[in-house]
Ligand binder design. Structure first.
Ligand code: C5P
Length: 278
């Protein structure tokens, strides 16, 4: 009989807004970010094995092959477990939608064994700032350097398109280029989560502070935002995380689907996917 195979989804993470505060003594910046997850992402499968191994497939597998020590293996080693792990890489690499973080989080969930939730979140925080949020994979407010999490009581489904221009962005360099920042102070009590339209109105009062330094490094981000803003039915266009992936929020799923097709067909090399965020 073949060994039992378990699977875990690794949904893309989107920062609906991302406000940056002061640089802390540990070198990380204090953040405030409203984080939601897409209904698309990478996929992982686990089989019992005596040693730890990783195989890659999917449209963006190539982007990881050059990295001998990626977050998936580091997450498994942090748990002190062995397994045969198969990762289907559907999301662009180094792109601000937490692909690597979501993969590591899926490993933590899938191979947790006896580790309890608090221990998993602690291991997650040691591996990377976005990984605790990805372990929970629910709409939440993120604070601290990413480890202070408040799950939202509810969140409307947001019809959206994710667009990546095919250029990887190193997160550290983007933070290093920060010239201005909003600083902190938005409480979730201030959000109107009653509908997608109400939340979008609120989001217009917020921003992604990393957008300006990321655009300075990767001018294609400006082009993506400009193209998204021209799509019929667009309600808000913004960059996620440290880029280069941007998201558009749309009035309905149909408009999002049409925009994804239009953007990919008019820009060879761009990746565009319609999704629901929430
Ligand atoms: O934790 P993670 O590996 O995602 O962070 C990558 C880099 O991004 C850090 O080395 C740091 O330069 C920057 N960063 C930051 N403040 C945060 C998160 C990340 O300055 N809250």
């Amino acid at each position: 009989m073949p060994p039992p195979r378990r699977t875990e989804a690794a949904p893309a993470k989107i920062n609906l807004f991302l406000h940056v505060g002061d640089r802390r003594a540990d070198g990380f910046h204090a953040l405030e970010s409203l984080v939601v997850f897409a209904d698309i992402g990478d996929a992982l499968a686990f089989e019992s094995a005596d040693t730890l191994s990783l195989t890659l497939d999917g449209p963006f597998a190539k982007g990881l092959e050059a990295e001998p020590d990626n977050l998936v293996l580091r997450a498994a080693r942090a748990l002190d477990v062995t397994a045969r792990i198969a990762l289907t890489k559907n999301l662009p690499v180094a792109s601000g939608i937490g692909g690597g973080s979501a993969d590591a989080a899926a490993v933590l969930r899938g191979l947790a064994g006896a580790a309890d939730a608090a221990r998993l979140l602690q291991i997650a925080a040691e591996l990377g700032s976005d990984i605790p949020a990805c372990v929970l994979s629910k709409p939440l407010m993120m604070r601290g350097r990413g480890e202070v999490l408040e799950v939202l009581p509810k969140c409307p489904a947001l019809p959206a398109v994710l667009v990546n221009p095919g250029v990887g962005v190193p997160t550290g360099k983007v933070f290093a280029g920060l010239a201005t920042r909003t600083s902190l102070g938005h409480a979730p009590a201030a959000f109107d989560l009653s509908s997608a339209a109400a939340l979008t109105r609120y989001l217009r009062t917020t921003r992604n502070d990393l957008e300006a330094p990321a655009r300075a490094l990767v001018p294609q981000i400006g082009e993506v935002l400009g193209e998204l803003a021209r799509m019929p039915g667009i309600a808000l266009a913004r960059m996620s995380g440290s880029g280069a992936t941007c998201f558009g929020l749309f009035q309905d799923d149909g408009a999002a689907a049409m925009a994804a097709i239009a953007l990919e067909s008019s820009h060879p090399g761009w990746w565009a996917r319609a999704t629901q965020l929430g």
